[in-house]
Write a protein that binds this ligand. Structure first.
Ligand code: C2O
Length: 555
């Protein structure tokens, strides 16, 4: 009897742990979808025949199992953008970095646990340009019983911003690679898969978001576009930003949100106007708008019960090159840094790195102009391996796949943001930068303005980082590092490096594995604006990369 009671007591005490972390199974079937959307009738690659794809819902600490089945003719891999993948690099997803792609008719189960994160992120294909249509939201709710650090919204809605090409995106990039020129810009922007009316495609309905009056809603905004940073606005309504990239921020009010590809932003909106219909616009931002798709996506927010007679309130999108507006938004972002959500900014730094970020030109005899546009970090145009992934090469110690001599500083220093002297040529290589487990890194991302002055949203896999500083021109250690914010800098996974300027980020390398870092403008990644860090194992068993799962795809 006593024994029974003991067992019962044991089971009961385990119970909270059992319900607290849940196993969540998802099946992602990658299939073609014939769609007549947006005045084109080309088939697109989708997950589960949906565009955007299904939302992955989870709670902090859940274990996620996503079985991805490839039923298209392309190789596929899926990345869980912003999920830290502690010791589970095998589930990160970038093709040839942490896994070989899933080949047609094959499948792979991504298996990872969500630890120390809650908020909005996104998943997307991480191979070729497939992420144009293969993407969706990740919504991570706080642990059961843990409230948001702001008033609980009445309802929440996911808004995914995207870009749409009338022609097949794989053809778009293949043609560009052949010619050595920039690829065609998109034909429309979208909000939850709809562009709203645009001149090149008449009478298409936009996404409508019906609201009850007198409530607070939370919008989970995701930029899933391939190549464009976007402004987001709603007529006559202010937005309160409460979170970016699944980290809480000090709330601030704004009438416009700037969001780069790969970034997410949660905002609260009060439906206090009570009546009417209001336009929502997503429009591009580019400092020097040379080649840009300037068609804004249009959706609407409408109060339930409003009749058509009231009419729709319009809103003008910011001008494309509204740099000061963009800067103002960016500089308003601060970590919440409350007792429950501390900003653990590394103070003592083990590695001080400076990477130049930009475009270059190399000679190319088969190209239309005799030159090819390339992109680089520290004048290195990164080349992906083809026969195995970097993570496998690292784990199994395969020689000849990569070297770990990525330079921590530019090989020659020059005037990065001026005209002369220039340094536009690049060398090709599969070079990684090696970091000891738990070392702290300060990385200056120095934009170069040699060809197209452009803001580069740089994304680091496997970690969040703190954005401790930002400025124009060449980074000046003596002067600029004094002004770093080490108190409450915003914490994120994707940061815009301003055109002709720099940002300083800090992170702790506490996740062993191989972690990709690249520009989240897909065209720049294609051109070579990418590299990877290799983080060694720590000494303790729980500081080592786990072995690969048995179903890890083969090249
Ligand atoms: Cu969102 Cu490496 O990507």
């Amino acid at each position: 009897m006593v024994e029974w009671l003991r067992v019962l007591f044991m089971v009961a005490s385990l119970y909270p742990a059992l319900v607290a972390c849940k196993l969540r199974h998802y099946k992602f079937n990658v299939v073609m979808l014939n769609t007549t959307r947006l005045c084109s009738n080309k088939p697109i690659v989708t997950v589960n025949r949906r565009f955007p794809g299904p939302t992955l819902y989870a709670r902090e600490e859940d274990i996620i199992l996503v079985k991805v089945v490839n039923n298209v003719k392309y190789n596929v891999s899926i990345h869980w953008h912003g999920i830290k993948q502690l010791r589970t690099g095998w589930a990160d997803g970038p093709a040839y970095i942490t896994q070989c792609p899933i080949q047609p008719k094959q499948s792979y189960v991504y298996n990872f646990t969500i630890k120390g994160q809650r908020g909005t992120l996104l998943w997307h294909a991480h191979i070729l340009w497939l992420r144009a249509t293969v993407h969706g939201a990740i919504v991570i709710l706080p642990k059961l019983g843990v409230p948001y650090p702001f008033p609980k919204p009445y309802k929440e809605v996911v808004l995914i911003l995207g870009e749409w090409w009338k022609s097949d995106v794989e053809n778009v990039i293949d043609e560009a690679i052949e010619s050595g020129l920039a690829p065609n810009v998109s034909d429309a922007h979208t909000i939850n898969g709809h562009s709203g009316p645009i001149s090149t495609c008449l009478s298409k309905e936009g996404f409508n978001f019906p609201v009850d009056p007198g409530k607070t809603y939370m919008l989970r905004i995701i930029n899933a576009a391939l190549n464009e940073e976007l402004f987001f606005k709603i007529a006559d309504h202010n937005l309160t930003v409460v979170e970016v990239d699944a980290t809480y921020v000090k709330p601030f009010e704004t009438d416009v949100v700037l969001i780069a590809p790969g970034q997410t932003t949660n905002v609260l909106i009060s439906t206090n106007l009570g009546i009417g219909s209001y336009l929502i616009v997503a429009s591009p931002f580019m400092d020097a708008p040379i080649a840009v798709d300037n068609r804004a996506a249009i959706a609407s927010l409408s109060y339930i019960g409003t009749t058509d007679l009231v009419g729709t309130r319009l809103v003008a999108p910011p001008s494309i090159n509204a740099t000061s507006l963009a800067t103002k938004f960016t500089e308003s972002l601060r970590s919440l840094n409350s007792k429950d959500y501390l900003a653990n900014v590394p103070i003592k730094i083990d590695r001080n790195l400076l990477f130049t970020i930009g475009l270059g030109v190399n000679q190319c005899s088969s190209c239309l102009t005799g030159n090819r546009v390339v992109a680089d970090i520290n004048n290195i145009t990164f080349v992906m391996p083809k026969t195995t992934s970097l993570l496998e090469a690292h784990f199994f110690r395969v020689k000849g796949i990569f070297t770990d001599d990525f330079p921590g500083n530019p090989l020659i220093s020059y005037n990065y943001t001026g005209m002369q002297p220039m340094n536009m040529g690049t060398i090709e290589g599969t070079k990684l930068y090696r970091l000891a487990y738990n070392s702290t890194v300060q990385l200056i991302l120095q934009g170069t303005s040699l060809i197209l002055p452009e803001n580069h949203p740089i994304h680091l896999h496997g970690f969040n980082f703190f954005v401790v500083g930002r400025g124009m021109g060449n980074f000046n250690d003596e002067k600029d590092s004094k002004r770093f914010n080490l108190m409450d800098p915003v914490e994120r996974n994707t940061v815009g490096v301003p055109s002709g300027g720099w940002v300083a980020i800090r992170f702790r390398a506490d996740n062993p594995g191989v972690w990709f870092m690249h520009c989240h403008l897909e065209v720049h990644t294609t051109w070579g604006l990418k590299m990877a860090f290799v983080v060694d194992n720590g000494k303790e068993p729980n500081e080592t990369l786990l072995p690969p799962p048995v179903d890890l795809p083969k090249c």
